[in-house]
Design a protein around this ligand. Structure first.
Ligand SMILES: [Cu+2]
Length: 359
């Protein structure tokens, strides 16, 4: 057994044990919830009314413990594109804008693939393959007609690529075996930002399911040159993702932006009536369909974001892998509103969150 194989076995074993602990917490929480619900059906003494602190504490699904945000903060990720979260000097190392003669912008990015352990639920560490040390990878954002140039270096242990959805030449597709960037090598991708809409990028090395499941994907937003949609007050990037922690071809953890139950414990704050725009991208492997459901409010859905007219007004929409939508919502009343996959299994394994609406 080689050193690497031994290490993999240790990582898989550790991951499985940690995940088993996570599953136990979930089942403990579920059985608690069952017993509370059966009691509250028979006892109407007020002790377990919805809304009471005691009820909330005992009946909640989710994880026990808190998760570190030192390496990756899901709250900041929501509003981060083109590394706008970094201080000026740090940002200049990975991103540069240059105005071109036609008024468009040359946007240059320095992206590095690297192996990195990440925490996906309290105490559950996943040996990820990352773009710039984070999952999802950095959000790339441009205006239609800008020139995108990406200096990609592979410092990971496997061959990787960056395959972008959107227009580009076949030489920039990053999908064929001769496009694979071997460990220690570099490649420069260059293409015009088009068509306008919400897209994604991901590694296209083989087997693709493993490279995507390990964390190599990110959102790619192309703003329209002539945007006739209403202007949003807030914009949030949400990458729906999942993790097969024991490599059995099924996911053990589902999330929005990687950390299970994060926005459930830390609601996203918005104001009543303001236009909130969500950029939702589905990267979940192994399950053919994912979905997004919002409670008590409806949204205008711009599927793939390529047209200026919404395709539907609804509270639930579905995504196959790689599908994405721009969702515009104005919350009607103050309060807390859940959003989650309508597949209950995904919700119970981490893909659930909350908006907190105030006046
Ligand atoms: Cu890869």
């Amino acid at each position: 057994m080689s050193k690497i194989t031994k290490l993999n076995v240790i990582i898989v074993t550790t991951g499985t044990v940690l995940f088993a602990v996570f599953q136990i917490w979930l089942s403990v929480d579920r059985s608690r919830q069952d017993s509370i619900e059966s009691r509250s059906n028979t006892e109407h003494d007020g002790a377990y009314h919805h809304g009471s602190a005691q009820y909330a504490a005992q009946a909640a699904i989710g994880v026990v413990g808190t998760i570190s945000t030192a390496e990756f903060d899901p709250m900041r990720f929501l509003t981060t594109w083109n590394f706008n979260n970094l201080p000026r000097e740090e940002r200049a190392k990975v991103y540069k804008e240059t105005r071109r003669t036609d008024g468009s912008i040359l946007r240059e990015y320095w992206i590095t693939a690297e192996d990195k352990d990440i925490e996906i639920a309290p105490g559950v560490v996943f040996p990820a393959w990352t773009y710039n040390g984070q999952v999802p990878g950095p959000t790339i954002r441009a205006t239609e007609g800008d020139l995108i140039r990406i200096y990609f270096t592979n410092k990971g242990s496997k061959p990787h690529t960056m395959h972008f959805h959107g227009f580009h030449s076949s030489a920039m597709d990053g999908a064929m075996t001769h496009d694979f960037v071997l460990s220690g090598k570099s490649f420069t991708y260059e293409f015009e930002a088009a068509p306008s809409g919400l897209h994604l990028y991901h590694c296209h090395s083989l087997p693709i399911s493993q490279h995507v499941n390990h964390g190599l994907y990110g959102a790619y937003i192309v703003d329209p040159k002539n945007d006739t949609r209403p202007k949003p007050a807030k914009e949030f990037v949400m990458v729906l993702n999942s993790f097969d922690t024991n490599y059995d071809g099924e996911n053990e953890v589902y999330a929005v932006n990687t950390k299970a139950f994060y926005y459930d414990k830390n609601p996203i704050k918005v104001k009543r009536g303001e236009l909130v725009r969500l950029y939702v991208v589905n990267t979940v492997e192994f399950d053919p369909v994912n979905s997004f459901h919002l409670h008590a409010n409806f949204f205008d859905e711009y599927r793939t974001g390529t047209k200026m007219q919404p395709s539907q007004f609804t509270d639930t929409t579905s995504f196959v892998q790689g599908e994405r939508s721009v969702l515009d919502v104005r919350f009607r009343e103050p309060g807390k509103y859940m959003f989650h996959a309508h597949q209950s299994e995904f919700t119970e394994k981490g893909w659930t969150g909350m908006f907190e609406v105030t006046e």
